[in-house]
Ligand binder design. Structure first.
Ligand code: FPP
Ligand code: MG
Ligand code: MG
Length: 384
C-alpha cells in the first residue's frame, strides 16, 4: 500500500509524458493514402484510458532507481538504435524503410521521444507508444468480430468505415508497431511484443470456442475456470505483463526486477479483464462507453456467469447453445443476478490486484512505485 498522505495520482506523475504520446502515435501512423491515414488514426481522436502506456511509463520511472544489471556490456542496444527517425510517410506513398527516411529528423519529430523525465529512456517512451498501437489494432479487429456499434463513446471504426477498412487499418497499425519495435534494436523485446500479437489472436480463438468443449450441455468443472483464466491471460494480461517486462529489460534491470515487473503486469492484467467482464453486467452502455451486457449476446460466458453456473447446473445447457435460444440471455442474466457471481468475480479480481501490488514490494520506494500501486486500486474502482 502507498504510504498515507503521499499523492500518487499516476496521471499527475506521467501526465506530461502522456501528452506527447498521442501526437507521436499519429506520426507513427501517417500514410500517404488519405483514407488509410484517416481510418488508422480514427481511434486516436477519442478519449482512451491509455492504461498500457501509462503502466510502461510508470514502470520505467519505478525501475530507473532499482538495481540494474552489472554485466560489463557494450552500451545497451537501445542507446544505439535509430528510434528517433520518422517511420511514417505522411506525404508520399513510400514505405517505412530507413533508407528512404530523412537521415536527420526535424526537431518536432524528436518531441516526446526525448521527453522531460530523465528516468524514462527514449526506447521506453517508444515502447509505451507501441503498446498503445498493438492494443488499438486489437480493438479495430475486435469491434469487427464483436460487431460493436460504439467504442470510447463514439461510433466504432467498423460502423464508421466498414469492416474491410477497419481490419486493414488494424493490420496497418500492427505493421507500423512492428517497424517501431524493430528500431528498438533489442531482440528480446522484439520477441516479447511479437509473442503478444500471437497471444492476442490465441486468446480471441479460445474465446470463440468458449467452453473448451463442444458438448451440447457442458458440466462445470475446475477446468472451466482454468480455461477462462488462460484465455484472459492471452487476450489481456499478455500485453500488459510482457510490456512491463520489456520496460525493465530496456532499463537494464536485474533479473529479479524484470520478474517482478512481469508478475505485476500479469496479475494486474488479469484483474483488469475480470473487472471488465464484471462491468459488462453491472454498468450501462452510456457509462461504459461501449455496449454493455454484450458478452451474453455474443454467446460468451465470462467469470460472473461461470460462478453462477457453478451454483446452478441449469446454465450448462445455455452455455452449450451460446445463449442463442429465445429468452436465454434474459434467463442467464437473471440467474447471474440471483447468484454471487458478481461478488466472486470482484473478489478474484481483488486477489490478483493484491498480488500485483505485492510483486513490486521489492522496488525501492518512489512516487512512481506509489503510482503503480495506485493503478491496482484504480483498476478495482473503475466504472469504464
Ligand atoms: C477486447 O475484448 C479485445 C481484446 C482484449 C483482444 C482482441 C484480439 C483480437 C481481435 C485478435 C486480433 C488482434 C491483433 C492485434 C492481431 P472484449 O471484446 O472483451 O472487450 P470490449 O468490451 O472492449 O470490446
Ligand atoms: Mg469487444
Ligand atoms: Mg471481443
Amino acid at each position: 500500500k502507498a504510504p498515507a498522505g503521499v499523492s500518487v495520482d499516476p496521471l499527475r506523475i506521467v501526465g506530461k509524458e502522456l501528452k506527447f504520446l498521442t501526437k507521436n502515435i499519429r506520426k507513427l501512423l501517417g500514410s500517404g493514402h488519405p483514407m488509410l491515414d484517416k481510418v488508422a488514426k480514427y481511434y486516436t481522436w477519442s478519449e482512451g484510458k491509455h492504461v498500457r502506456p501509462l503502466l510502461v511509463l510508470l514502470m520505467s520511472q519505478a525501475t530507473a532507481i532499482a538495481p540494474r544489471s552489472s554485466h560489463l556490456s557494450a552500451p545497451s542496444p537501445s542507446s544505439q538504435s535509430n528510434i528517433s527517425e520518422p517511420i511514417s510517410s505522411p506525404l508520399v506513398l513510400a514505405d517505412a524503410n530507413p533508407d528512404t527516411s530523412p537521415l536527420t529528423a526535424p526537431a518536432a519529430e524528436l518531441e516526446g521521444i526525448f521527453g522531460e523525465d530523465p528516468n524514462i529512456l527514449p526506447a521506453q517512451r517508444r515502447l509505451a507508444e507501441i503498446t498503445e498501437l498493438i492494443h488499438t489494432a486489437s480493438l479495430l479487429h475486435d469491434d469487427v468480430i464483436d460487431n460493436a456499434i460504439t467504442r470510447r463513446s463514439s461510433s466504432s471504426a467498423n460502423t464508421q468505415f466498414g469492416n474491410k477498412m477497419a481490419v486493414l487499418a488494424g493490420d496497418f497499425l500492427l505493421g507500423r508497431a512492428s517497424v517501431a519495435l524493430a528500431r528498438l534494436r533489442n531482440p528480446e523485446v522484439i520477441e516479447l511484443l511479437a509473442t503478444v500479437i500471437a497471444n492476442l489472436v490465441e486468446g480471441e480463438f479460445m474465446q470463440l470456442k468458449n467452453t473448451a468443449s463442444d458438448e451440447a450441455s457442458p458440466v462445470f468443472t475446475d477446468d472451466t475456470i482454468t480455461y477462462y483464466l488462460q484465455k484472459t491471460y492471452l487476450k489481456t494480461a499478455s500485453l500488459i505483463s510482457k510490456s512491463c517486462r520489456a520496460t525493465a529489460l530496456l532499463g537494464n534491470s536485474t533479473p529479479e526486477i524484470v520478474e517482478a515487473a512481469y508478475s505485476y503486469g500479469r496479475n494486474l492484467g488479469l484483474a483488469f479483464q475480470l473487472v471488465d467482464d464484471m462491468l459488462d453486467y453491472t454498468v450501462n452502455s452510456a457509462e461504459f462507453g461501449k455496449p454493455a451486457g454484450a458478452d451474453l449476446e455474443l454467446g460468451l460466458a465470462t467469470a460472473p456467469l461461470l460462478f453462477a453456473w457453478k451454483e446452478n447446473p441449469e446454465l450448462g445447457a445455455l452455455v452449450g447453445r451460446k445463449f442463442e435460444q429465445k429468452g436465454d440471455v434474459e434467463r442467464a442474466r437473471e440467474l447471474v443476478a440471483r447468484s454471487n457471481g458478481i461478488e466472486k468475480t470482484r473478489a478474484l479480481a481483488q486477489e490478483y490486484a493484491d498480488k500485483a501490488a505485492a510483486a513490486i514490494q521489492i522496488f525501492p520506494d518512489s512516487e512512481a512505485k506509489n503510482g503503480l500501486l495506485d493503478m491496482c486500486e484504480k483498476t478495482m474502482k473503475r466504472r469504464k
